[in-house]
Design a protein around this ligand. Structure first.
Ligand code: PLP
Length: 281
């Protein structure tokens, strides 16, 4: 498979990245992951818009118009003949002698790769477990930053203890997962943290909120606490790769009956209908 480097598709062994790349030294950059179903990029426009927005929020200018970038992503997937998989793409502020302030001269460095990935059908069917971990990240979680230490440390702790994901909380308030958004369903209402600076506004989250509207499931974009999370009838996490993933236990506490609930199943079915048809966007 070829990889992407500044608008060109090259062999991985031909990639040269400076040791002074600010992505490498500071995590000074942003990224996106776009899902591919049947050769089509799912919600590509939304991901590309967020890529440009994240870059803009840290004052990196992507040196292509969006439509050129969009086509680049499609060419990439076609070139590597990805049917079901994903595209990872990142941009850093570029290479310059190490100093914290922005260099006066540096060109953004864009790299990316594709890979084939199957849908996590087993986990989608049975659900996964998660544990609470304090959210120690910075206050601009709306930016899809390459700086992921807070996420990495929490995921490692969850992983070591056999959990699929961490449910991050600031004090008593549940924010999101390490690489996912979190939702609780109680008495037919879906609750999720509002899309502010404390979470990444997931593209899957946006799809789920649209599906709730279609299915007439009322939504409250309002924070809930750890204690409330444990009392939810159903619990869900979502991301580009995990889709609408049931969380059937938090720590050793079962959620509801400890199996995926009715509204979770409805949302999963509606999500599958979305990815199955008209996925070109
Ligand atoms: N929250 C965080 C911190 C993430 O890293 C991600 C994705 O990796 C998400 C939420 C889910 O976003 P999306 O649905 O766009 O994949």
């Amino acid at each position: 498979d070829l990889i992407l480097h500044n608008g060109e598709f090259i062999r991985e062994e031909d990639l040269v990245i400076s040791k002074e790349d600010r992505g490498y030294q500071f995590g000074d950059g942003i990224y996106e992951v776009i899902r591919v179903y049947d050769g089509n990029l799912f919600t590509a426009k939304e991901h590309i818009d967020r890529f440009y927005e994240s870059a803009d929020k840290i004052k990196i200018v992507i040196p292509y118009p969006k439509d050129v970038f969009h086509k680049m992503m499609y060419d990439f997937v076609e070139l590597n003949m990805i049917d079901n998989g994903q595209v990872y793409v990142q941009v850093t502020r570029g290479a310059a002698e190490r100093q914290h302030q922005f260099p006066t001269q540096a060109n953004p460095v864009i790299t990316g790769n594709t890979k084939s990935v199957e849908r996590p059908v087993g986990s989608l069917e049975s659900g996964v477990t998660a544990k609470f971990i304090e959210d120690i990240r910075w206050l601009r979680c709306d930016i899809k930053s390459l700086n992921l230490l807070g996420n990495v440390l929490a995921k490692q702790e969850a992983y070591e203890e056999g959990y699929f994901e961490a449910i991050l909380h600031r004090g008593e308030t549940v924010t999101e997962g390490c690489s996912s958004n979190m939702y609780g369903i109680k008495n037919g209402i879906l609750y999720t943290h509002p899309a502010n600076n404390l979470i990444l506004n997931g593209i899957t989250r946006r799809v789920i909120l649209e599906l709730c509207e279609e299915l007439e499931i009322p939504v409250e974009e309002t924070p809930f606490t750890k204690a409330q999370a444990l009392e939810m009838d159903e619990f869900i996490m979502s991301s580009t790769t995990t889709e609408v993933m049931p969380v059937v236990a938090i720590g050793d506490k079962k959620i509801g009956q400890g199996v995926p609930g009715e509204l979770t199943r409805k949302l999963q079915a509606a999500f599958e209908a979305r990815i199955g048809v008209g996925v070109k966007s």
